[in-house]
Design a protein around this ligand. Sequence first.
Ligand code: UDP
Length: 238
Amino acid sequence: MTKPLRWKRVLLKLSGEALMGSQTFGIDPTVVERIAKEIADAVALGAQVGVVVGGGNIFRGVAVAAKGGNRVTGDHMGMLATIMNSLTLADALRRVKVPARVLSAVPVPSICETFSQRVAERYMEDGDVIVFAGGTGNPFFTTDSGAALRAVEMKCDAFLKGTQVDGVYSEDPKVNPDAERYDALSYEEVIKRDLKVMDTTAIALARDNSVPVIVFSIHSPGSLVSVLQESGLYTVVG
Ligand code: UDP
């Protein structure tokens, strides 16, 4: 018998870099396809899934600011990068027969729909996967914050942060292989100890609205379904 889902409605956050594979820039279609299949497996078990993809594999506003450029323009470009990633993920989802919608916080009506909570709610109820594009729609924010905002707005049971590693560690485990891995942490510990889960705005929003943040590796096959069924490795921040 299939294990029941611990979290039914979830917001999955992936960094843009998760789509790069072994490339140093851009999108690796085979990686996108694999992630789409993982999401399809979760949907087949009855999960309602919203996804936010970052844009760091294409562009980050801070890179412009670091070279003396206009941060706001840079952030606009970063938000456009998230739309590109969202479009490719939605296409990959449709290829595996999952109905997918791209709803963007930045209106680009000839390319995708504009986000509104009411429309998103309707699509989610219908079982469509929603790819929320454009972050918050504002400069000086991150897609982690955009994802936390959507998780709260959509009343998600959990915020799933798919990363390169299988949870939160005391230090970067790639740098220090002896770093301690945590099964559970409080929001406060994450903020106070500045553990690299996501930015403080995003964590604070999750904390203030009691949305648990689950950190897991998006690169280990089957991990999304495992997390939803409360098995496998992950860290719960709550
Ligand atoms: N961005 C923004 N407002 C938002 C979300 C994103 O201005 O609400 C811009 C910002 O320039 C950011 C870029 O989009 O650097 C890509 O997002 P992010 O860095 O969060 O992507 P990730 O690290 O998850 O790939």
